[in-house]
Write a protein that binds this ligand. Structure first.
Ligand code: ACO
Length: 323
């Protein structure tokens, strides 16, 4: 019996504390005007002391599982996309599994930085289609505030903390009808590691390090690569981009989002942008944006959704599904 994979729930978690640009400009040499004009960011959330990536991930997962009308005991696959794990090992997914009280199935992390959620969705789809697993929760969760150099205005104003999750279930082709994952396209070019990285790690310095980014070089790469992945994904699914109801991009910079809209000639009103309220939450940004647009009534069941992103690696990619 051929299987397919469907998205049946979503949920998010944000720390309680939002830091506005105004607040940040009291401790760093920056201004609300600079940050808003260059990025579109107005505030970002910062995790409380003792609040870890796994805490945000587990809360988002619980909300997504409840939204799907399921229980933790139904979950047999947990994938956490993160570049800011609680520990070097075990995987944050294992810690989340314990926090959810799940005793069955598999759990592991994926690190594709800001493209992590697109990677996680594509991987989960394969596990479900193969018949190996029945119900997956995929989570993008980050505490980037822990790897920022808070004295480096070029990076610390950009990122925030948060988590978002999807529940995905295996369905027969007949059960799912049109509401399936249609296509995904994942890429990496490791020759550009130097554009966006942390200056530390387990095997090099023994410390996590801080985010280093050649912002304008990353910016120049972003529009072409993201647009290319979107076009390729639409081609695989044999649809026109004009058929997509909502584009949910990784929220790195409002100007990158605008550049993609112009390059592809897509309708800007169909693009979900939450960068103003969340900042760049890396792997968490796509599910955070998706769920926010569901919550405010924009995204509805049955809509055709394209997600896309680019991040450290460089990695980039896109996926298409009918919700
Ligand atoms: N406040 C005030 N001034 C600033 C700030 C700040 N927060 N940051 C930088 N500046 C200054 C710089 O010092 C520089 O001044 P100078 O000309 O006197 O030297 C000037 O502003 C311009 O700096 P640029 O870096 O050239 O600014 P740019 O217009 O490129 O904007 C930004 C920077 C917002 C980072 C942009 O390049 C960008 O968004 N890049 C892409 C980011 C991205 O997509 N990342 C990928 C995902 S993240 C991930 O994977 C983890």
């Amino acid at each position: 019996m051929p299987f397919t994979a469907a998205i049946v729930g979503s949920g998010i978690a944000l720390p309680a504390h939002a830091v506005t640009n105004e607040e940040l400009s009291k401790t760093v040499d920056t201004s609300d005007e600079w940050i808003t004009e260059r990025t579109g960011i107005r505030q970002r959330y910062v995790a409380a002391e003792g609040q870890y990536t796994s805490d945000l991930a587990a809360e988002a997962a619980r909300n997504a599982i409840a939204d799907a009308g399921l229980e933790s005991g139904d979950i047999d696959l947990i994938i956490v996309a993160t570049a800011t794990p609680d520990l070097t090992f075990p995987a944050t997914a294992a810690i989340v599994q314990a926090k959810l009280g799940v005793k069955q199935g598999a759990a592991f992390d994926v690190n594709a930085v800001c493209t992590g959620f697109v990677y996680a969705l594509s991987i989960a789809e394969k596990f479900l289609i193969s018949g190996q697993n029945k119900t997956a929760v995929i989570i993008g969760a980050e505490t980037f505030s822990r790897i920022l150099d808070w004295e480096d205005r070029r990076t610390c104003v950009l990122f925030g903390d948060g988590a978002g999750a999807f529940v995905m279930t295996r369905k027969t082709v007949e059960e799912a009808g049109d509401r399936t994952i249609k296509a995904s396209h994942l890429r990496c070019d490791g020759s550009m590691v130097d554009l966006l990285y942390t200056d530390g790690g387990v095997s090099t310095t023994g410390k996590a390090g801080h985010v280093k980014m050649e912002g304008n070089k990353v910016f120049r790469e972003a529009v072409d690569r993201i647009s290319g992945a979107m076009v390729e994904t639409a081609k695989i699914a044999d649809i026109a981009l004009s058929e997509v109801d909502w584009f949910v991009p990784h929220q790195a910079n409002q100007r990158i989002i605008g550049g993609v809209v112009r390059k592809l000639g897509i309708d800007g009103d169909k693009v979900v942008a939450t960068i103003g309220q969340h900042g760049n939450t890396s792997a968490a940004s796509i599910p955070l944006a998706f769920h926010t647009a569901r919550d405010d009534g924009r995204i509805k069941k049955g809509d055709l959704i394209m997600i896309e992103g680019m991040g450290g690696g460089l990695t980039w990619g896109a996926a298409l599904f009918r919700f």
